[in-house]
Design a protein around this ligand. Sequence first.
Ligand code: ZN
Length: 394
Amino acid sequence: MDSKILNFFAFNSASYEVKKDKWNDVNLEIYYQKGHEFNLDRMFKGIKASLDYSSKNFSPYQHKQVRIIEFPRTGGSFAQSFPNTIPFSEEVGFIADVDDSDEGGVDYPFAITVHELAHQWFAHQVIGADVLGATMMSESMSEYVSLKVLEKEYGKGKMRKFLKKALDGYLMQRTLERKRENALMYNDGQGYIHYQKGSMVLYAMSDYLGEENFNNAIKKYVNKVKFQDAPYTTSIDMVNHIKEVTPDSLQYLIKDMFETITLYRNRVVDVKSTELDNGKYQVDIDFEVSKYRNDEKGKRYYGTQVGDTLSYKTEKMKNPVLSVKLEDYIDIGIFGEEEVDGKKKETELYLQKHKITKIDNKVTIIVDKKPVEVGVDPYNKLIDTQSEDNRRKL
Ligand SMILES: [Zn+2]
């Protein structure tokens, strides 16, 4: 190596074919087994997209080359980022049969490549101290970069697919926790927290604060701590940088997303659409917003002092809905449909954050075109225990 690196490296040896490419002055090389050419272009695209995103938003790439090196699946089904070198299992990239159709799966050779490249910043430039929460700066940040690159590639409308996958993964895996679940910034290194929850939290923060504003906070943090010696940085420092660019009205997000385990239970209760004389549509939506917190053993609570808890009950309901006090901003969306090449495609007619202070809510929104579906947090940006009822078809 021609510059200082983390003491963390790998040896790979085999009879390889090499495919080469360039990104600016950086040499890109993929070492692969003959016959495994299927996804090399997807991987090069991932390398370039990731280098682009992180070098534009955070700091320059620190090496003269990027190498991806194939290893057989008998060695595992993962990829891992060492300084400028990424051993990559054939199973998670090289021999994947990617379904590019609309309903198809995620292009994971691309997505994983983006994630691994992002580690050149988040693990190799920003090196966290070996304490609770450190993986938020490595795994959560790399997964955040992966989501943002996917968003650029597929459009915001497609993000629900990825976010819902992360959400469902988090919700399922946390039920298997045997020790304790900590808040994200104090996580114990569990994958479901630093990958699934972490990526959702950082994606949501970037959405609330604005991508540029959020990334500038991370940029300032990266440039403060990159390549530092002991004492190494901790998640407290990173969260402080985010706090600094978070307006007063959104400071509750820091508490909900980083400092505590907070879960929403948002749902559409009823929706009605009326065509108006001027050809527009009036949409009336009834929806509920509530959230609770979990302690590290999974015990539910709705606040820590008197006046913290909201309650809502109708005559029909056996038990009231409870919630931590709300001063939250939540996406309300209305969607239409159009036909492109004989296929029905969802279009966004309305998407705005509404300030919510109670559990039961009604809004009336006028849209230009015929609505077919509405949603509260319709893209599943928030940690919500039941993602299916966030949307309702008309
Ligand atoms: Zn990783």
